[in-house]
Design a protein around this ligand. Structure first.
Ligand SMILES: Cc1cc2nc3c(=O)[nH]c(=O)nc-3n(C[C@H](O)[C@H](O)[C@H](O)COP(=O)(O)O)c2cc1C
Length: 332
């Protein structure tokens, strides 16, 4: 897949996820093989007013590239100014515009999914951004506002006419939030009606589903979000399956906890131990998902305040699990 002059080594894309896709997790996703990683959305006004937190969110480690940095906003002037800032002052490869965020705090400001109701505004905003920057500009959108206003094809065509370099489409409406299922037939319609790359997104939870969607709907890339939470192996296994048809086994508990701690250590480098450990509680619960007998370790994770206590808690759980498994083997 190629976006502007940026080439991806495979079509597997880590979805932008607020509170998740910071450099710590993005680098892990990249090390697990993702062809492109997307950063969490950043407010255009936050960038413009040089809000410290927003500017920190623009940091890109060289090893993460190629990387797409996402901005959101509702007004042309501030959106273009923020895009210019990202263009000049960051080493992101792609500038992505958020046109899918469903939360009222964002849509009330005419940002995020609000644009989905107005293809003319999409054209105007994207064209102004493309004109102002050197880096390729892409858009991530939902299929529509609600089931009566599904303008996915028109909206994607507006992006293309405006000079957008690619479009990622999440197959849900704004009103659906995360309910129901993603409508891939509409994503397929978008693909048939534009000539820029189309990245399909929504409900991909196995490598086989990723392959099936690439083939059935002809999309150029597959974007994976929730299935990668605490599970970067989903990215690795998908890349492996696409490249050589091989289904790599799921990791064992020790391997999962090793990566969980690598994630925490990288988060500590960025945010300091206090904040990182608290933020890591939700990630640790995701890393534990699917493993046996996690009841008490999950409760414990939510009490953790230091790196070493988190490490001890997780590996005591692994030791206990491995001991029980080896006893089980002896018995049987
Ligand atoms: C925790 C979380 C945060 C998200 N933040 C963003 C965001 O910052 N920008 C964006 O465009 N989409 C965001 N999304 C939407 C995802 O990028 C993706 O479109 C959605 O989760 C559907 O894909 P999935 O079924 O693979 O999870 C977020 C989703 C989740 C679960």
């Amino acid at each position: 897949m190629k976006i502007g002059d940026i080439t991806m080594k495979n079509p597997v894309v880590l979805a932008p996820m607020a509170g998740v896709c910071n450099p710590a997790f993005r680098l892990i996703a990249k090390e697990f093989g993702a062809g492109l990683v997307c950063a969490e959305m950043v407010s255009d006004k936050g960038i413009l007013y040089e809000n410290e937190k927003s500017l920190k969110m623009l940091y890109v480690d060289e090893r993460e590239k190629p990387l797409s940095l996402q901005i959101f906003g509702g007004e042309r002037e501030s959106l273009v100014a923020a895009a210019k800032y990202v263009d000049k002052h960051t080493n992101a490869d792609i500038i992505d515009i958020n046109m899918g965020c469903p939360v009222p705090k964002i849509t009330k400001c005419d940002a995020g999914a609000k644009w989905l109701l107005d293809p003319d505004k999409i054209y105007e905003m994207v064209a102004a951004t493309v004109d102002a920057v050197q880096k390729p500009v892409t858009v991530k959108m939902r299929i529509g506002w609600d089931e009566d206003h599904i303008y996915a094809v028109k909206n994607a065509q507006a992006v293309e006419r405006a000079g957008g370099a690619a479009v990622a489409v999440h197959g849900r409406t704004r009103v659906q939030m995360y309910e129901g299922t993603a409508d891939w037939d509409i994503i397929g319609e978008v693909k048939k009606n534009v000539s820029i790359p189309v990245i399909g997104n929504g409900d991909i939870s196995t490598p086989q589903e990723a392959k099936e969607r690439l083939e059935k709907y002809g999309v150029d890339g597959v974007m994976i979000g929730r299935a990668a939470l605490g599970n970067p192996w989903m990215l690795y296994r998908t890349v492996q399956y696409l490249q050589n048809g091989e289904i790599v086994p799921d990791p064992d508990a020790r391997e999962k906890m090793n990566i969980c701690m690598l994630h925490l250590d990288r988060l500590i480098e960025i945010k300091g131990e206090n904040v990182a450990v608290r933020e890591m509680r939700k990630h640790a619960a995701w890393y534990l998902k699917g493993l046996p007998k996690t009841g008490s370790v999950r409760n414990g994770v939510n009490q953790m305040t230091t790196r070493n206590d988190m490490n001890k808690l997780l590996f005591d759980y692994v030791d206990q699990l491995e001991m029980e498994e080896s006893q089980q083997k002896i018995i049987s």
